[in-house]
Design a protein. Structure first.
Length: 318
């Protein structure tokens, strides 16, 4: 039945709000905004760094950027924007590398980029390789952890504001010829320094940060745990909550890669006499975009000018 309400007439048809749109990119692609989008919320996490080999330091988490809870970023409606999701860095090699007996540092994670707003998160720093004071953790979104056996420093978080520094290795043995690398930095905390204690907190990766842009709380960008050796240790250095991989050691498991699409750093690779163990790969990054709910949509409703024109033209139907 036609009615009149504030100068608008037409069939009864309650207005419907166009819903929010959440788009998750686990790999590179294109974001095309809706016709009614003028601003967005985002989460952009880069790929995590790879862990180093031979008492290796844990990889740093990929850089973490978000505006959730802050000011939305202006965009153009109905426009395509490129999205790049950074890969995780490879773990340090067991031979042919820069360190003792060919141990290699991990490689840095790759950047993630959201063209809408020109948002770039920096790849996580690589973990240091063992038995060399010159092969400390490298810089990145979060810095990689320093390697064990000598006193080494963790990599810095650079540029600032995307994560935290990697932990330092004290070079202090756990007893005999037993050492451990330091943890990679995470978005929420620095990597833990390595000490002379055999537990999961020794050389643990820094914790990541929680984000609820998808509608559920998820941790991202945890640092990788440092690695142990040369003789038995009962525990791995834990990766940081947010996809950080565990470091390996002689008495437990072989460690783990950073979790895919979290930007977690890879765990360090151990030295199990007489062999170096490979460092673990960093987790790939992720980009999530939330377009807010659109204006109310009222199909089948006509303004007075349209009514007049149609009645005059004989095209108005009831």
């Amino acid at each position: 039945m036609a009615n009149s309400n504030g100068g608008v007439v037409g069939v009864d048809n309650p207005p419907v709000e166009q819903p929010a749109v959440i788009t998750t990119f686990n790999s590179s692609g294109t974001l095309t905004t809706t016709p009614y989008t003028t601003a967005i919320e985002y989460l952009v996490v880069a790929g995590g760094g790879g862990g180093g080999s031979r008492f290796g330091g844990g990889g740093g988490a990929g850089g973490y950027k978000t505006n959730v809870g802050g000011t939305p970023t202006p965009v153009s409606s109905g426009t395509g924007y490129s999205v790049t999701v950074g890969a995780g860095g490879a773990g340090g090699v067991t031979s042919g590398g820069q360190g003792t007996a060919g141990a290699g540092m991990g490689t840095k994670g790759s950047n993630s980029v959201l063209a809408a707003g020109s948002i770039t998160s920096t790849g996580g720093g690589s973990g240091g390789a063992g038995d060399s004071e010159s092969l400390s953790g490298f810089t990145g979104g979060s810095g990689g952890g320093g390697a064990g056996r000598f006193a080494t420093t963790g990599g810095l978080a650079a540029p600032t504001g995307q994560g935290n520094n990697g932990g330092n290795s004290s070079g202090t043995p756990l007893g005999g010829d037993v050492y451990r690398g330091a943890g990679g930095g995470g978005a929420g905390a620095a990597g833990s320094n390595s000490t002379g204690t055999d537990n999961t907190a020794n050389g643990a990766g820094g914790v990541g940060l929680e984000n609820s842009i998808t509608g559920s709380p998820v941790f991202y960008a945890g640092g990788g745990g440092g690695a142990g050796g040369a003789t038995a240790q009962s525990t791995n250095s834990a990766g940081g909550n947010g996809g950080g991989g565990d470091g390996s050691c002689t008495g437990a498991t072989t460690g783990s890669d950073g979790t895919a699409n979290t930007g977690g750093g890879g765990g360090g690779g151990a030295y199990i006499a007489p062999s170096n163990q490979v460092g673990k790969t960093g987790g790939s990054g992720i980009v999530v975009v939330k377009e807010p709910a659109g204006p109310f949509k009222c199909t089948g409703v006509w303004d007075m000018n349209a009514l007049y024109d149609n009645v005059k033209a004989g095209t108005w139907t009831t």
